[in-house]
Design a protein. Structure first.
Length: 649
């Protein structure tokens, strides 16, 4: 293999100096290959390479070079390292038992708490140990916020939550007493040596850490214990791929600490071997240093309307690699739009697989089973509002912003699912879309495909922070500065009425990771143009309602969770009875049209167009039904772009 100049600089520094090294390896730049080039050239005789899971460790060990005579190369997961330390200090007491955490919780609580509280406590204690490794017992507020963030309290009332937090704190303290334990759980393996400050019997002269940006505080503390005094640290990672801050990864904080504590030098790997030149250009808007390899194919970056997505997935010729079971990703930054996309593709009979679908939807099933009234759409939306508001209040009380986000997202998923079926059928419908298959098309959040790649990738555009447009609250969407004596444009939105908040660094990282999953083709799917699909659903609903004697008013929740607009929020919040009431005012209607890109039409226009689409009602009959009825307003799509009209960039 011919090494690039950047690889030569890294292997040279590893072989000819004693310096600690941090390698900033951009997406697809061959960091694993570079680590394998470094290994046999190190002057250190004992080298540890860490991996985040067993599969990665086994693959690296299988393909790494043989250690020179007199040297030792070890590849271990963080859990295997921690277990070895615990076994040295507490021989005979480290039998791995997945029920060990449950046993500790039972000791802490006795049998006075309910099964659902016990279950929540077990899950919370495990997560606590994965993110917190101090000898002192964590405070109530810390445990409460963590439980809310990970949604472990969804079946508990406030009293039960308080008791569960108390049990978890007591169980944490009991867990520290390894001398009295006869088994451990997986969560004890990294946490135990750090919380008890245990030293390994033998240490390594050099430690190499892959995916450094994802390391947690307990994992970093354990690695430092494994390094011999004066030993060498080599870390490889991509700070722009740090997207797990919500689950305890240190990201730039780990990078800075290692650079300061070890006086490490920084070296780059900037050339991607994965992506075509067109995809690299798209990624360079976020990470300018990324480069395509000299012989990279041109590739394609395209736009696609929402209603053109089924045709784009099913009808495009694709050269598939022999070793790739999945050839297409459809990626979203959030779960709500992902589920909406899945339901739409299901409706259009496009085969796909929903990544970790059961894990994603189990909490939603719990809400459906225990919190909501499914008798009809009216009771469904009312109970959904009640559940959402109660959980948001609970999140605010605990200052748990991540939990509040998850509540909003789950409410969105349920509201969107109700577009496709009656409330009583939502669970059955969602169950239908999570069955694995061999379609080669994977729907996923970006977080679930990090480290993976596909020949073509569809990105749901408005789920990414740079394209998440909201109505400007400063001017109310008018674009005017109401406080100015003379007419002038709003200073916040510059007169557009639209405001896109400044994305957080991790939000931009998510987009960068998403773009760089693509090998040859990247497609931006315009979710704004989904109005045409929603209007069809609304028309079908309105027609059915009229047949049953209802007034056929559009369900405002059809749109609310996708376009977070204050006027539409009022519909779900019960401040206005339907979307028609929200947009009767002409100025409000114009503002909403400008903000959302939708054309608002009267009930007459909507029903006439619906009759044409459905083919089941004549024009005269439709007009007769409308008679002298009040004019309600609903949304009809004005974006007729299809896949064939997609633009190449």
């Amino acid at each position: 293999m011919i090494e690039t100049e950047e690889q030569q600089a890294i292997t040279g520094a590893a072989a000819n100096t004693k310096k600690n090294i941090l390698v900033q390896a951009l997406a697809g730049s061959g960091k694993s290959t570079t680590l394998k080039l470094v290994l046999p050239r190190l002057p250190q005789k004992s080298v540890l390479v860490t991996a985040f899971n067993k599969r990665i460790a086994e693959e690296f060990e299988r393909t790494m070079p043989r250690a020179p005579k007199g040297s030792v190369f070890a590849v271990k997961t963080f859990h295997a390292l921690g277990l070895s330390v615990l076994a040295q200090h507490f021989p005979g007491r480290c039998k791995v038992n997945p029920k060990a955490t449950e046993d500790i919780v039972n000791r802490a609580a006795g049998y006075a708490i309910s099964f659902k509280m016990r279950r929540a406590a077990v899950r919370l204690l495990r997560t606590l140990k994965e993110t917190f490794a101090e000898h002192a017992t964590p405070k109530d507020a810390h445990v409460l916020a963590l439980g809310l963030e990970y949604q472990y309290f969804d079946k508990l009332n406030d009293t039960e939550i308080g008791l569960t937090v108390e049990v978890v704190r007591d169980a944490y303290t009991l867990s520290l007493d390894f001398e009295s334990r006869d088994s451990i759980d997986f969560c004890d393996m990294v946490w135990g040596p750090v919380a008890r400050d245990l030293a390994p019997k033998s240490r390594y002269q050099c430690v190499m850490v892959d995916e450094l940006q994802d390391i947690s505080q307990p994992q970093l503390a354990l690695i430092r214990k494994m390094l011999a005094p004066g030993g060498r640290f080599i870390g490889v990672g991509d700070l722009q791929q740090q997207i797990y801050g919500w689950r305890g990864s240190m990201g730039a904080a780990a990078w800075s600490k290692i650079k300061e504590d070890f006086q490490a030098i920084e070296l780059p790997l900037t050339m991607t071997w994965r992506c075509s030149t067109a995809i690299v250009e798209a990624a360079r808007a976020l990470v300018p240093k990324l480069r395509a390899r000299p012989d990279a194919p041109k590739g394609v970056v395209q736009d696609c309307a929402w209603d053109g997505l089924p045709k784009a997935i099913a009808g495009q010729a694709l050269v598939q690699r022999d070793d790739a079971k999945i050839h297409t990703f459809v990626l979203s930054r959030n779960n709500a739009m992902l589920i909406d996309c899945a339901l739409f593709l299901w409706r259009e009979r496009v085969r796909f697989e929903l990544n970790n679908g059961k894990e994603l939807l189990d909490p939603v099933f719990t809400i459906l089973d225990t919190k909501l009234d499914l008798r009809n759409k009216g009771t469904f939306y009312a109970s959904l509002r009640k559940w959402r508001d109660a959980e948001l209040a609970r999140a605010e009380k605990a200052n748990a912003t991540a939990y509040a986000d998850s509540v909003e997202e789950q409410a969105a998923m349920l509201a969107l699912a109700a577009n496709y079926t009656e409330p009583s059928g939502i669970k059955r419908l969602l169950t239908d879309i999570i069955n694995p298959n061999d379609s080669g098309v994977l729907l996923s959040t970006v977080h679930k495909v990090k480290g993976l790649e596909a020949e073509r990738v569809f990105l749901l555009k408005q789920t990414f922070a740079r394209y998440d447009e909201r109505k400007c609250l400063a001017c109310g969407g008018s674009g005017d500065d109401s406080d100015a004596e003379n007419a002038s444009s709003c200073g916040r939105c510059r007169g557009s009425g639209i405001y896109v908040k400044q994305p957080e660094p991790e939000e931009l990282n998510i987009e960068y990771v998403a773009i760089t999953r693509a090998i040859s083709r990247l497609v931006w799917v315009n979710c704004r143009s989904r109005s045409k699909v929603l209007s069809t659903l609304a028309s079908e609903h309105n027609t059915d309602e009229r047949k049953n004697g209802g007034n056929g008013g559009l369900i405002g929740e059809d749109i609310r969770q996708v376009l977070i607009d204050e006027d539409i929020r009022q519909v779900l919040d019960g401040e206005k009875p339907d979307l028609g009431a929200a947009v009767r005012d002409r100025q409000a209607r114009e503002n909403l049209s400008e903000i959302t890109g939708y054309a608002f039409k009267t009930e007459r226009e909507q029903l006439l167009e619906a009759s044409e689409m459905l083919g089941g009602m004549g024009r005269q009959k439709a007009e007769a039904m409308l008679g002298g009825a009040d004019k309600h307003h609903s949304m009809m799509g004005d974006d007729d772009q299809n896949w064939d009209e997609g633009e190449d960039h």
